[in-house]
Every structure is written in C-alpha cells, then in structure tokens.
Design a binder for this molecule. Structure first.
Ligand SMILES: NC(=O)c1ccc[n+]([C@@H]2O[C@H](COP(=O)([O-])OP(=O)(O)OC[C@H]3O[C@@H](n4cnc5c(N)ncnc54)[C@H](OP(=O)(O)O)[C@@H]3O)[C@@H](O)[C@H]2O)c1
Length: 248
C-alpha cells in the first residue's frame, strides 16, 4: 500500500539481481519505498538497500518454471501486502551465433524472456486487478521494436514481450492498475560486458532515473534514453533492404 504521502512503499523485483532493476529499486527506496521483495534464483543479499533503511525479503524465482509463478507472487504479497510497484527485469541476452548452432539454447531463451514473462506478469496482473492499484514495469528493449539479424532470437523475444505488455496494459485499463513498458537501448553493464557500446549507450542509473520519472508522470512507455523514440520511429520505416545491412 502506498505510504501516507502517496509515494511507493512496496516493490517486487522479478529478477532480483538485475542491474537495471536494482538501480530502479534503489531510487525508489531513496524516495521512500520501504518494503522490498527480490525474486531470484537461489539467495541474494542487498546491503545497499538495507543501508538505506529498506526491509528486504528474498523469494526463490525461476522464470523457466511457470508452474511456480503463482506461488512467487502470493509469497511476495504475504510478505509485504499490496504491491505498489512490480518490476519485471529478468532476461537473458545470449549469443546469436550460439543460438544458431544450438536451437535448444534458443528455445530456452524464449522460454525465459517471453514465456516466463507472460506467465509471471499474468499472475502479477491478477493481483494488481484485485488490489485496484499498482504499476507493473516491464523491461522490454529497442531490440524488439525492429528485430535485427544480428540478434534476432533475443530481439524476437523482446518483440513478443513488448506486444504482450502493451496488450496487458490495455486489458488493465480502468482497473486502477497499469503497465509501463520500458525500452532501453544499449545499457553498459553485466549483460553487455565485452560488447562495444552501441550509439546512445546508457547506464543502469540513467535508465532507472527515466523509469522513476515515468512512474511519477504515469507514462505508458519509457524510452531510455528518450532520444531513442524518434530514432526508432525512423528505424521502423527504413526499407528492409537497408535494415538488413545494419551491422549490429
Ligand atoms: N543491459 C542492456 O543493454 C539491456 C537493454 C535493453 C533491455 N534490457 C533488458 O532489461 C532487463 C534487465 O537487464 P539488466 O541489464 O539488468 O541485466 P542483468 O543484470 O544481467 O539482469 C538480468 C537478470 O535476469 C535474471 N534471470 C535470467 N534468467 C532467469 C531465470 N530463468 N529465472 C530468474 N531470473 C533469471 C538473472 O538472474 P541471475 O542473477 O540468477 O543470473 C539476472 O539477475 C532484461 O530483461 C534485459 O533484457 C537490457
């Protein structure tokens, strides 16, 4: 439940070690959030959040096990009550060349990035609908806005997720709950370690600032950085023959 000043109090982070997700949670804690649930595979610790005064709970969560997702959300609610903000930040990038050599690994990435997101977000939506309030923040990507040959397995999972999240947001319209879709570009961090940064590369902290501003303004879509919105409006209409020559 939101605190007396109407600020976010409780947060569930699905993918509780995500650099972007944790950066968002940290900003929310600095702005008054106090009850945090980190949903992760195995254990984790969050000394920074605790040092800022947050109560931190850890729940076991495997995106590839959809049959367990209902319990994950129920356990989070048992721990902190109503969920003001849920951030769905888990995912795997992988390597396109490996996916092409090993289609089983590609299917696994799809099961996590798309199937796992669909499953857990449907459980979250059911809860937010019951509460009649709360925001689900879904980490999509510009990679899904127009899929490139350089990473079409990952990109297609994000295209699917982005479409799903938009549809879910429309389905929740009028319920009091809402969905915010976040489309970061290249974010320097663990997921992209060793890769040369793409133009307009950003950081987890900058993405978090855009997400928290979007939350305050009740936005349905956040691009990080914001300039990617007009850039991708153009990218979407490039002729296919030009698009397929995109190097990366
Ligand atoms: N980094 C970028 O450039 C970028 C750009 C656009 C969009 N995004 C998206 O933003 C989100 C957050 O990315 P990030 O940069 O914060 O990456 P990150 O630090 O690598 O975090 C991703 C998290 O997903 C978790 N995860 C992977 N498979 C899982 C599974 N089967 N069950 C539960 N958790 C699982 C990982 O858990 P473990 O700690 O257990 O491995 C990891 O903590 C992702 O959805 C990503 O696709 C990232």
């Amino acid at each position: 439940m939101k605190n007396a000043l109407g600020a976010v109090d409780s947060v569930l982070l699905l993918g509780g070690r995500s650099e972007i997700g944790l950066a968002v949670v940290e900003l929310l804690v600095k702005r008054g959030a106090r009850r945090i649930v980190l949903a992760v595979r195995g254990e984790t610790d969050a000394p920074d959040l605790k040092a800022l005064g947050a109560e931190v709970h850890v729940v076991d969560f495997d995106a590839a096990r959809p049959e367990s997702h209902g319990d994950v959300v129920r356990t989070a609610v048992d721990l902190v009550g109503d969920l003001d903000v849920v951030i769905s930040a888990f995912g795997v990038l992988g390597d396109q060349a490996v996916y092409e050599r090993d289609p089983v690994s590609a299917a696994h990435a799809v099961a996590v990035n798309f199937g796992g997101q669909v499953s857990v977000c449907l459980h979250v939506a059911e809860r937010l609908r019951e509460q009649r309030h709360g925001t689900l923040i879904v980490l999509s990507s510009v990679a899904g806005v127009r899929v490139r040959k350089a990473n079409y397995v990952y990109g297609s999972t994000k295209a699917g997720l982005d479409g799903f999240a938009q549809g879910l947001g429309d389905a929740l319209h009028g319920s009091g709950a809402n969905v915010m879709v976040v489309r970061p570009g290249f974010v320097r961090g663990r997921m992209t370690a060793g890769m040369p940064p793409a133009p307009m590369a950003t950081t987890p902290g900058e993405v978090a600032a855009a997400v928290v501003a979007g939350l305050r303004e009740g936005k349905e879509t956040v691009w990080a950085p914001a300039v990617l919105a007009p850039v991708f409006a153009l990218m979407r209409v490039l002729p296919r023959a030009v698009w397929r020559r995109m190097p990366r």
